[in-house]
Design a protein around this ligand. Structure first.
Ligand code: 2M8
Length: 456
């Protein structure tokens, strides 16, 4: 694809994160520990989410990490994001993982040997063939706003065509439902891997444990089994990835032949937010913002037309194969709050659900990933109940965008308090607040820096 410059990055060497400027969030006691997490997780080219559980680079993690690094070390933030985009495919897709060639295959499953991505280009890192939520345009625009100088402008110029190509891929080849939204073809693409939001769509995918024979999960060796997806989940995850891989990662006729084709409210809300960020970036680099604003408007309307459930007062994932909405009330159905053009009655409904017993935003705890009152709410199993900081950060931004300052301030305080009590964990028990999953987790540290700096 001609708009993608395949030469390697010309980013200058990057200094380690410095102390925050006086008057910034650096005065807070949590600041140095967050900086230490990000420093320890820096590989030399990118930041890994966790040294133990996720030793490569992940796509939407990179966006959240860059937003935090922008508060510490903008050069490193730019380099981190650029390292991800060096693995962008010619069709525009950005891999959900970019593999570090220095990490052994056994140290993460499924690694590069499993994905067998065909488009290897000399001098470029290998990635997977699936994507993750498109949070990168948002991150690029945040980075530029923190330092709108000549370096920032050069970075905007480098990123703009790549971000446009990523959006074109999602809005073109992934519009499997034909309604103007991007469909995901694997739960891993949502970032909310084992969320109850996928249960009904996944029920049609056989949980055939024999696909795991001869394959070794790495996650269960370094994290508690009760905190991770089950083997049945992994059997479905592996089967879906193999099916997509064995069709050469093609996106034609997905709804007819692929086992999981779903429109996720959070994925598409970030898709719309990306078009808004691209409109702002276009205005700086001399491109046309109007196209992006028009697309952003279409996406908001499509989310509302296709994913709203008037009975629950929130958004739900839609199974493109059956046309049905998932019955589960999951936090991914609240994240469209980040869209500034969401109709006022929808905003009011989402804020009411956030404050209800189901999500309990009125408590001192941030928002859980699933309805607390659901019979299958699980406080430790990954995306089926625990509190995640990246999702809460998005909700915080959304509340602010809609003038809900009191709720936003309370949510920010709850996140800072939780991490202050428990540490920079991957996720948190939604009742006790105990840290769960990987310790020293990068996006928790990065987004805490952003929250801390924002308050000063
Ligand atoms: C988790 O997902 C990976 C697969 O992509 C895994 O479980 O191995 C999710 O929490 C995802 O949202 C996140 O990007 C990734 C790395 O932090 O871990």
């Amino acid at each position: 694809m001609s708009i993608i410059d395949t030469t390697t990055s010309a980013v200058p060497p990057v200094a380690p994160p410095a102390e925050a400027e006086p008057g910034g969030g650096g005065r807070h006691e949590l600041w140095p520990a967050a900086r230490a997490v990000l420093e320890a997780n820096w590989s030399g080219r990118h930041t890994v989410p966790s040294r133990t559980l996720y030793p490569h680079q992940w796509s939407w993690d990179a966006a959240f990490i860059a937003i935090g690094l922008a508060r510490l070390a903008p050069d490193r933030a730019w380099q981190d994001l650029r390292s991800l985009f060096l693995a962008q495919w010619p069709d525009g897709r950005v891999p959900h993982i970019v593999f570090d060639p220095g990490i052994a295959e056994r140290d993460y499953f499924p690694g590069p040997g499993f994905w067998q991505v065909p488009l290897r280009r000399p001098g470029h890192p290998d990635g997977t063939g699936i994507v993750q939520p498109p949070a990168h345009a948002l991150a690029v625009w945040e980075l530029y706003q923190r330092a709108p100088d000549a370096v920032g402008l050069a970075q905007l110029r480098w990123f703009y065509p790549r971000l446009v190509a990523a959006q074109d891929y999602l809005l073109g080849r992934r519009d499997a439902g034909g309604g103007g939204l991007a469909a995901i073809v694997h739960p891993w693409e949502s970032g909310l891997d084992n969320s109850p939001a996928w249960d009904t769509a996944l029920a049609a995918v056989p949980a055939d444990l024999t696909v795991l024979a001869g394959r070794q999960r790495h996650d269960n060796r370094v994290a508690a089994v009760a905190h991770r997806p089950t083997d049945e989940d992994y059997a479905r995850f592996v089967a879906l990835a193999l099916a997509y891989r064995d069709h050469d990662y093609a996106d034609d006729a997905l709804a007819d032949r692929h086992g999981f084709v779903v429109e996720c409210p959070t994925f598409n809300a970030l898709l719309g937010a990306a078009e808004r960020a691209l409109a702002a970036i276009a205005g700086v680099v001399g491109a046309d913002p109007a196209r992006h604003l028009a697309r952003a408007g279409h996406i908001t309307r499509a989310i509302d037309d296709r994913l709203w459930n008037p009975r629950t007062g929130m958004y739900h994932a839609r199974d493109v194969r059956t046309g049905r909405l998932s019955p589960a009330r999951c936090v991914n159905g609240l994240v469209p709050l980040i869209l500034p053009d969401l109709p006022a009655d929808r905003v009011a409904a989402l804020v009411a659900v956030l404050g209800s017993d189901r999500f309990g935003m009125s408590a001192a705890m941030p928002v859980p990933s699933y309805d607390r009152t659901a019979t299958d709410f699980d406080p430790v199993r990954y995306w089926r109940g625990p509190v995640w900081i990246n999702i809460n950060w998005l909700l915080w931004r959304g509340l602010r965008a809609h003038g809900c300052a009191t709720e936003a301030d309370r949510l920010r305080a709850a996140m800072i308090d939780l991490v202050g009590r428990s540490g920079y964990y991957e996720y948190f028990h939604p009742v006790t607040g105990a840290g769960v999953g990987a310790a020293a987790f990068s996006w928790t540290a990065a987004l805490l820096l952003d929250l801390l700096a924002d308050g000063d």
